[in-house]
Structure formats: structure tokens, C-alpha cells
Design a protein around this ligand. Structure first.
Ligand SMILES: [Zn+2]
Length: 113
């Protein structure tokens, strides 16, 4: 990986971290219990509850991704970023560009299913 590619990926990680951090307060708010007294407009209470479930799931996934992104930044600090821990080969820039928090290379990720 070139220095320039590393910088590009660091930038993508930083952006993704900010994005995740910004959506967490919104999702936390949206995942709060549905008050029976709340004026829901055209939404029925059932719909509001199911939407809350979706937001809770998104919140869970966003928090998990944030953790993976921060782990990736840590690996970048200590120089282990972009190397597959299974086969010890470099992960392609294309894969890292698509999924900057990727830990395994394509073939190891495929083998794991
Ligand atoms: Zn691998």
C-alpha cells in the first residue's frame, strides 16, 4: 500500500467515524419507548413501535461499526492496518476502499462464509 493510499483510507475512516457518531444521538432518540399519549398523526402506535425496532437495530449496527472503525484506526496507528491476520497477506486497496474497516482479505472472508 502506498503512503497516498493509506492517507485516502485514513480519510475514509475518519469520515465514517464522524458519520456514525453523528447518527447515534438521532437513533438513540428515535429508539426511545413510544409514549401512548404522544400524538402520532397518521402513524398508528403499532407502526411507531415497529419503526422503533428498526431504529434500535440500526443503532446497534452503527455502534458495532463505530467500534470496528475505531479498531481500524488503532491498527493504522500501530502499523498492522491492511494486513490480513489470517494469511498475513496485504488486503487490496480496492477492498479497503469499499470497506475501510475490513479485517480479513477477500479470500479469508469468503472462507469464513
Ligand atoms: Zn487473508
Amino acid at each position: 500500500m502506498t503512503e497516498e493510499q493509506r492517507e485516502t483510507l485514513r480519510h475514509r475512516l475518519d469520515e465514517a467515524v464522524v458519520e456514525a457518531q453523528e447518527s447515534i444521538p438521532y437513533l438513540t432518540e428515535a429508539g426511545k419507548p413510544v409514549e401512548p399519549s404522544v400524538a402520532l398523526g397518521r402513524l398508528t402506535r403499532m407502526e411507531a413501535i415497529s419503526e422503533k425496532g428498526v431504529n434500535e437495530e440500526m443503532l446497534r449496527q452503527t455502534k458495532a461499526r463505530l467500534e470496528r472503525l475505531q479498531n481500524a484506526l488503532t491498527r493504522m496507528e500501530n502499523g498492522t492496518y491492511g494486513v490480513c491476520p489470517r494469511c498475513k497477506r496485504e488486503i487490496t486497496f480496492e477492498r479497503l476502499y469499499a470497506i475501510p474497516e475490513a479485517i480479513l482479505c477477500v479470500s479469508c472472508a469468503d472462507k469464513r462464509g
